[in-house]
Design a protein around this ligand. Structure first.
Ligand SMILES: C[S@@+](CC[C@H](N)C(=O)[O-])C[C@H]1O[C@@H](n2cnc3c(N)ncnc32)[C@H](O)[C@@H]1O
Length: 222
């Protein structure tokens, strides 16, 4: 097990891991493998289940994560990726926004084990509804399959992202336009983000883990 370029993320061969917090020892979130090494328990981070793991498996990039980093996570679903960010940002907060109470059931169970996840059952189109629950964050993670995803990302960044900070938006080409070539759909989202004043750091296509998806990493200069 060796550290990767990203604080809190570890590698063994081509597999990624994060550290399971001591109070969650032997607890799996989504059936992932657990490995103990030098007294620490590590959770395998499955690139077929988490788009951030897909991107990091495909390309060895660095991200500005520290243990104190706070993340606004839009489209939290049941908390698969949220749980790994909770491991990485163990002293920060993960504000996890998910509009569906049914989907969020497992997320709400996770919150009982991990006190750095703040669940917000809301629609990310309306960030004004959760301004009272979220403070400024160091990173925004968005995984919402909506046609107006660049607009949602921009709205939330303007309200919550600290100056000169970073984020990632996971894009599903078909949710932009079923008839469009995926590379054109990604370009369209890139251009929309640029129009919103964001700088594109990297675009990583996620196949074979997620077909016709890309992770677009940005930095903002508010
Ligand atoms: C692909 S899933 C996210 C998977 C999750 N990011 C993970 O890796 O564990 C997309 C989620 O976005 C949520 N979603 C859709 N529209 C949304 C909106 N307007 N605001 C917030 N979340 C939304 C859906 O309910 C769904 O749970």
């Amino acid at each position: 097990m060796k550290p990767s370029k990203i604080n809190g993320v570890f590698q063994k061969g081509n597999k990624l891991f994060t550290i399971n917090p001591p109070n969650c020892k032997n607890i799996k979130v989504y059936g992932e493998a657990l490995r103990t090494f030098k007294g620490m328990q590590y959770r395998s981070w499955n690139p077929y289940r988490s788009k951030l793991a897909s991107a990091l498996t495909k390309k060895d990039i660095s991200l500005p994560f520290e243990s104190s980093t706070s993340v606004l996570y839009l489209g939290a679903a049941s908390g698969t990726t949220v749980s790994h960010l909770s491991d990485i940002c163990s002293e920060g907060y993960i504000y996890a926004v998910e509009p569906s109470p049914v989907v969020a059931k497992t997320l709400l169970k996770l919150v009982k084990q991990r006190n750095n996840i703040i669940p917000i059952i809301e629609d990310a189109n309306h960030p004004d509804r959760y301004t009272h629950m979220v403070s400024e964050v160091d990173f925004i993670y968005q995984d919402i399959s909506q046609r107006n995803q660049a607009e949602i990302f921009a709205k939330n960044s303007k309200l919550f992202l600290k100056e000169n900070s970073e984020g990632v938006i996971m894009v599903k080409a078909r949710s932009i336009d079923v008839a469009m070539k995926p590379s054109n759909a990604f370009l369209m989202v890139e251009n929309q983000l640029k129009e919103e004043g964001m700088h594109i750091n990297e675009l990583i296509e996620l196949s074979p883990f997620e077909k016709d998806h890309a992770a677009i990493f940005i930095s903002s200069n508010k």
